[in-house]
Design a protein around this ligand. Structure first.
Ligand SMILES: [Zn+2]
Length: 382
């Protein structure tokens, strides 16, 4: 297959030839007859925090392989070639079941394994305070227990490469050191820690802030708080949910202007309801509503109850704010998270995986996926 479009970084019109799942050549446009043509070509997205979609949640005692396939299929249609399936705070049996089911799916099908190169455990070692805890269930929040984590890691087949925790919990700093030495990337999130403990966590090896700005108190001390401490730390990467609902525009602009560019990561944090039409649903034993604008709320309140967006929506929204370049926004949802997790990067060059998106961008601040190419094969026609 041959795709003709402008390279998302260089703006040069190129012909990208793909064969057997890989890019075999990238040449100045003109020598071939392309199979598809669009305004731009870029790597497909990687999202390090996807909780499910289409009514399937990874943190569900009924999770099965067909549910996993359903999530991966819808993600691919949104240009997301791979994800960290994310299991959040829940009962021990649910976490074990979730990681076992994810592992078995990877073992049964190499296509699934490539689409889920590693897993994310968000919780259960997080703050139990209202606000920092977010939508995680209070009764399942607990302090870090190494042996328990090892059971999850065993169930996953050693695929948990990202762990979000609150560093103020008893034993958490030593736990971070241990996780880091075992090759697990530790993220700070759902925390009520003092700035001093945030600094200790970073010194112990923490490398990411999970959805910075969300999962926090409504009110903070104005100078000394966990948000400024993480925002101001240049060595700490930050994931941000740029869906237009989770953070106000001014805060998104502030984070992306302050954090070093290579440390910024977009996540959609899609919940199990992502991809479903507007309406009322039941999740976490409560009623949840998807509004017509895509916002997922507790009915009748302004409180968010998860994310209904996918990574492409988040990239499009960030581009529309005009605060970072188009190529930078794409980098934040492709190779920046891959680098953090030491996964191979996708480059528009020979030898790279042919997991690509073609997109249109009529005006500088617009972004619309035209086609998705996974392992060299075009998925959707527009
Ligand atoms: Zn979270």
């Amino acid at each position: 297959m041959i795709f003709r479009a402008k390279h998302y970084q260089t703006e040069q019109m190129v012909d990208v030839c793909c064969d057997d799942g890989k890019i075999v050549s990238v040449e100045k446009a003109g020598n071939f007859v392309p199979d598809h043509q669009a305004a731009y070509i870029a790597p497909a997205f990687f999202d390090l925090q996807i909780n499910g979609a289409m009514g399937v949640a990874f943190s569900d005692i009924n999770l099965d392989e067909s549910g996993i396939r359903k999530v991966l299929s819808v993600c691919k249609l949104h240009g997301i070639e791979a994800i960290c399936p994310t299991i959040i705070t829940n009962a021990h049996a649910v976490l074990i079941h979730g990681f076992n089911t994810l592992r078995k799916a990877c073992e049964s099908d190499p296509v699934i394994a490539r689409a889920m190169p590693c897993f994310h455990l968000e919780g259960p070692y997080i703050s139990n305070e209202d606000g920092p805890r977010g939508a995680h269930q209070k009764q399942h929040v607990r302090n870090p227990i190494y042996d328990e984590f090892k059971e999850y890691q065993g169930a996953s087949g050693n695929r948990i490469k990202l762990l979000t925790l609150a560093p103020e919990l008893p034993g958490a700093i030593d736990f971070i050191r241990k996780m880091t030495s075992e090759g697990v990337v530790v993220a700070i999130g759902h925390t009520a820690a003092s700035p001093m403990i945030i600094r200790e966590a970073i010194a112990a090896g923490a490398r990411l802030s999970t959805h910075l700005g969300n999962g926090s108190h409504a009110m903070w001390p104005r100078h000394e708080n966990y948000f400024w401490e993480q925002l101001g730390c240049d060595s700490l990467s930050a994931s941000i949910i740029t869906d237009g609902h989770h953070l106000p525009e001014a805060l998104v602009k502030t984070i992306v202007r302050v954090k070093p560019l290579e440390k910024q990561i977009i996540t959609c944090d899609a919940s199990g309801l992502a991809g479903l039409p507007p309406g009322k649903y039941s999740m976490w034993d409560q009623e949840i509503e998807i509004l017509s604008n895509g916002k997922v709320v507790v009915p009748g309140t302004p409180f968010l109850a998860g994310s209904g967006s996918f990574t492409d929506d988040c990239v499009a929204h960030l581009i529309s704010l005009g605060v970072v370049s188009r190529s930078q926004a794409i980098e934040m949802a492709t190779n920046a998270p891959r680098r953090l997790l030491q996964l191979p990067e996708i480059k528009i060059e020979a030898g790279s995986m042919a997991n690509l998106i073609l997109f249109d961008s009529n005006k500088d601040l617009s972004f619309r996926i035209n086609r998705v190419i996974i392992e060299g094969v075009t998925l959707n026609q527009s």
